[in-house]
Design a protein around this ligand. Structure first.
Ligand code: AKB
Length: 349
């Protein structure tokens, strides 16, 4: 016990790496947990090997430390989740439930709400047809919530569970318990220059780029006209930090869309070819992964986040490719890109 501590779950995953770096630079006390040691651990960050499906271990962690903020990043992604739906449900739902109950108990002990920050995603959506996707344009947080993947259903449920823990948990108890403070952003596809994703379905974007930077051929598994919203990693991390720091009274909902730009697969290919002329990028359709992308919105409406907590991405599409991805990825190869750990992807296709 002692200084207040930030807990990061899924620390070996893509977002975990970037978030740990930032929090360490800010001088925060961070405990990072995952099933495997992150390939890079910033100095001062304490790593513990911990499986969030082990409730005893989760409760013990909270009882023996003074966690006041949780960034719950651990989870199997959409493609990994379809390969192993039972494991996905266990990690994504049961693991989240363990963390929420432990954070609730810590809230009672501390007498102050533990802030619980959860990245959900566009996978929470399920749009029934390409025609409806085209007509829908930028979707709001409350539209088309019928996801077609295990991962999407898990994310949507945990969004609701978090809202429940934040407002109603133990509603019928005699005592008036303080509630934890759950905050959630729905991320689009995230592209990092530092790490290569595993187990997602929006991965064709970053995969195209990383393959081209290494001079390797890449076959994109969705159709050229497949459209998704994206953002680059620094904006994803900033969205998590900004919602975590937002004054409670400014938040009018528990789940907020955030996005930066919307591109088709072919538009990404063209941008990658501009950065790496001569790159070899083709298409080899994977019907089921393409169907997953087809069920996700082509763009999301992030006006609530802009209004309530001043969200605005730092990188529009030009800055994302020109000022972040191009220089960082060129600097990176030479060296090889960091591979991220299994709990953001788990089962490779
Ligand atoms: C995935 O593709 O599963 C993730 C996501 C959009 O949540 N990148």
């Amino acid at each position: 016990m002692g200084t207040a501590t930030i807990l990061i779950t899924g620390a070996a995953g893509e977002i975990g790496h970037s978030l740990m770096d930032l929090l360490q630079r800010m001088g925060e006390r961070v405990i990072a947990i995952d099933l495997m040691q992150p390939s890079h651990l910033p100095s001062g960050v304490e790593f513990r090997k911990l499986d969030i499906t082990d409730n005893t271990a989760v409760q013990h962690l909270f009882r023996s430390t003074d966690v006041d903020r949780v960034f719950h990043l651990a989870g199997l992604l959409s493609t990994g989740g379809e390969k192993n739906p039972i494991l996905a449900h266990s990690v994504n739902v049961q693991g989240s439930f363990h963390l929420l109950t432990a954070a609730h108990e810590a809230t009672q002990r501390n007498g102050a709400p533990v802030r619980f920050i959860f990245p959900s995603t566009i996978a929470a959506y399920g749009i029934p047809s390409p025609q409806i996707k085209d007509a829908a344009g930028s979707v709001r947080e409350d539209q088309y919530l019928a996801p077609i993947t295990m991962y999407g259903n898990n994310k949507l449920y945990v969004e609701n569970l978090g809202r429940y823990f934040s407002n109603y948990f133990q509603l019928l108890c005699a005592e008036n318990h303080p509630h934890l403070d759950f905050r959630c952003v729905r991320l689009p596809g995230v592209i990092s220059a530092e790490t290569v994703p595993t187990g997602g379905t929006s991965d064709y974007g970053p995969e195209m780029l990383h393959a081209a930077a290494q001079g390797a051929h890449y076959d994109c598994f969705v159709t050229p006209d497949a459209r998704l919203p994206f953002m680059v990693m620094p904006d994803a991390v900033r969205a998590l930090m900004d919602i975590a720091d937002a004054p409670r009274e400014s938040l009018t909902q528990s789940v907020y869309n955030v996005r930066s730009f919307s591109l088709t697969a072919e538009e990404i290919r063209q941008r990658v070819l501009k950065l790496f002329p001569g790159a070899s990028i083709g298409y080899a359709l994977h019907e089921r992964r393409n169907a997953i992308v087809a069920s996700w919105p082509g763009d999301t409406d992030d006006s609530a986040a802009r209004r309530d907590w001043g969200w605005a991405p730092s990188y529009d599409v030009e800055r994302a490719f020109g000022e972040y991805l191009a220089p960082a990825i060129r600097a990176r190869y030479g060296r090889s890109a960091r591979k991220t750990g299994p709990d953001l992807g788990c089962v490779a296709l």
